[in-house]
Design a protein around this ligand. Structure first.
Ligand SMILES: [Zn+2]
Ligand SMILES: [Zn+2]
Ligand SMILES: [Zn+2]
Length: 296
């Protein structure tokens, strides 16, 4: 599975769907199909951002970005979440407008056909984005998978609504179902946005990782006394960990260094994709005061 090819597929298929849905939407004057076309167009846009983020975050660290470029993915996730919320709000607006003004559908057969094709494409895209998210540990692909999963529901919702109105003459089925779908989309987007903001704001690693670090250090008692000034953050798939290691005063410089290296490699083995920066303190040094977090 290739990162760039996967990202490209997520642009090409929605582009095709947007064009066909747009044409059929205008031909049948079906607003729900037009709204769905707009949704696909948003997918083209957000997938392009994902593709950009994926190639940007793959770039190795350089002089100007010594911590790498992984945050590009979080930015893509956030932009995507905002775009999804905007398009969902647009769907709600369209639905309310239809309820207020009234409407009539025609040529639903054509609309049903393209929506059915849309559902199949969305299932395929959502599965391959989910797989890419897992393989590459990428939030951008994960966000993209969620987007296409919600597309399965929006497209199915349009089918159900069109069917209800066409065969059972249910009034307002189309706008009511599209409002429910939009609320679901807004909640999913809020979740993606929250996780992206956590990364951008350097939120600490989950509790279980912090516990692992403590356990690893405690296993080296009595040479290792403890630790302080632990700071962690999670960017893309990489976990940045730094702390001050408190060591027995009587250790030689060589012994202190080697023990520090052992602890670093043990933590690295337990926490995959972690980058560690450890400063070693003699136990005595810590009896006075902890260093302020910005002093190493
Ligand atoms: Zn210290
Ligand atoms: Zn060393
Ligand atoms: Zn120190």
């Amino acid at each position: 599975m290739q990162k760039k090819r996967t990202a490209l597929v997520a642009i090409v298929i929605p582009l095709f769907l947007a064009i066909v849905k747009g044409a059929i939407g205008f031909a049948t004057m079906s607003i729900s199909v037009l709204a769905s076309a707009l949704d696909s167009l948003m997918d083209v846009f957000s997938s392009s951002i994902t593709a950009f983020a994926v190639s940007a975050s793959e770039k190795p660290a350089d002089e100007n970005h010594p911590f790498g470029h992984a945050k590009a993915e979080a930015i893509a996730g956030l932009v995507q979440a905002v775009l999804i919320m905007v398009s969902a709000s647009f769907l709600v607006y369209q639905a309310l407008r239809r309820i207020a003004l009234g409407y009539s559908l025609k040529e639903e057969g054509l609309a049903l056909g393209i929506m059915l094709a849309s559902v199949i494409f969305s299932i395929f895209l959502s599965a391959s984005m989910k797989k890419a998210g897992r393989i590459f540990n990428s939030t951008a692909f994960e966000a993209s998978a969620l987007n296409f999963t919600s597309d399965i529901w929006t497209n199915s919702g349009v089918i159900v609504a069109l069917g209800l109105e066409k065969w059972w003459h249910v009034k307002n089925a189309d706008p009511i179902i599209s409002i429910l779908i939009s609320l679901y989309i807004i909640i999913s987007a809020a979740r993606i946005g929250h996780s992206a903001i956590s990364q951008l704001m350097d939120r600490t690693l989950p509790r279980e990782f912090l516990d692992l670090i403590g356990e690893t250090i405690r296993a080296h008692r009595p040479m290792a006394k403890g630790y302080h000034n632990l700071r962690t953050r999670w960017v893309g798939g990489e976990k940045f960990i730094e702390f001050h290691l408190e060591l027995e005063n009587e250790l030689s410089f060589r012994e202190a260094h080697d023990l520090t290296e052992i602890i670093i490699s043990e933590i690295r083995a337990k926490i995959p994709n972690s980058r560690l920066m450890v400063h070693s303190d003699p136990e005595e040094c810590t009896k006075h005061a902890k260093h302020p977090p910005d002093v190493i």
